[in-house]
Write a protein that binds this ligand. Sequence first.
Ligand code: AHR
Length: 508
Amino acid sequence: MKMRHLLCAAMLAFSACIPAIAAEPVEAHLTVAKEVAGPRIEPEIYGHFVEHLGTGVYGGLWVGPESEIPNTRGWRNDVIEALRRIEVPVIRWPGGCFADDYDWRDGIGDPAKRPVRLNRWWGRVPESNRVGTHEFMDLVELLDSEAYIAANMGSMSPMDTSRWLEYMTSDSDSTLAKERRRNGRERPWRVKYVGVGNESWGCGGNMRPEYQADLHNRYATYLHDTLRVASGDGQRDDHLVEVLMERSGAHMDAFTLHYYTIAGEWEDKGPATGFGLDRWAKGLESALGIEERIVAVSGIMDKYDPDKRIALYVDEWGTWHDPAPGSNPGFLQQQNTLRDALVAAVSFNAFHRHTERVKMANIAQMVNVLQAMALTDGPRMALTPTYHVFDMYKPFRGATPLKATLETPRWREGDIELPAVDASVARTADGRVVLALANLDPRRSARVRTNLSGAVQGRILTADAIDAHNTFARPDVLVPTPYSAGGEGEALTLELPAKSIVVVDLPR
Ligand code: AHR
């Protein structure tokens, strides 16, 4: 037995460590064609979502200018530096459910005079409004990103949203533009995307789709010079998609899908760590289901928008586990393991396969909430395995997906049977072929034979334990390591250890 398997065996009593089976790897075949499979992979597919929820903003991103934690105008430097490395293309804010309970006027002007409100959705804790429009737009600029403002359709009027937009984006001498200048911002900001409500079928107003469609049209009438994003499906509700597309298609530029991966049931999501193979399989089955939902929603959109003018934004996606033991359940804090990393990889691969519609996706959420990029505790920070997948997939941004056929064996756990290998291939603007491969099988390694040739370099993310994760004490348990395969003039075959993600690059 190799050393790492001995270690793994020793750890079995304490964690979900699954020793790889020493048997021959399973065989998969990947045939990559020269033809493109769809339009380019928009960088916004690697977008983010930040909500005033738990420590997602306060503590996780914002510590305030007076803090001893090193910061730039209040935004913590360690997190900002890490986020810069993964090049955040777009940030959706301020919610989520919070957005439909948010009055933008609470978050401007002298911070000392801003009202304190109750965050009714998330823990009923006081919301200081210390982070408001100016601070959020500063974060957007610090990260060289785009703003996606989620506007309140549930509890405010269209005029409130149009005035918020005028405040942010007007270069004129209007009273609102002058107020912005008095509050410290001379130049207008750019707001590229505006969400018209959020989950209007639920926390955004409990509306019937028919009512929402009328309301959407009314709100969208007063939105100028931004992309209008309609609140969409999150409950596998085909009727809602039909109604919105039919009645509001002319008044939207994008329609949204929310899709959460749950390794169990809504009432029994299961722990983020210390789970068994049943929850591993359930989680990945749920993650793979995102593609079926994208296909179903796109199919309905095609009926009303055959030219595909309207984009599909998956503006909330990611894992949702039981809250971390001892944490406030309203804060949605959870650890992030190798399983979450695989969920991210298969989700990206699914987005890449549907670039004709999917033009943006926003992981829920950026820091400390649900499937986060980073976890913080006071001055300490740990990057998550999901962060590393975002980093590994960077070469796919702006690349064009190539047609590929994958023959993969399947594996089984209880009643669940899943493919072992999942793949994505694309051609970058400078002509390189980028290849991502995930082996979902927790026990067997996979040998992937391809019709490509040459030597590839890249990175691999893998571990012995299915719940391997990074902590403040051990932040580097799960980090990508160098990977190479093939040789000059040789047929390219890649060996994937059990439960691993590999991203490689074929030079031109
Ligand atoms: O991301 C957490 C919550 O999930 C969001 O506020 C809401 O839109 C969704 O139900």
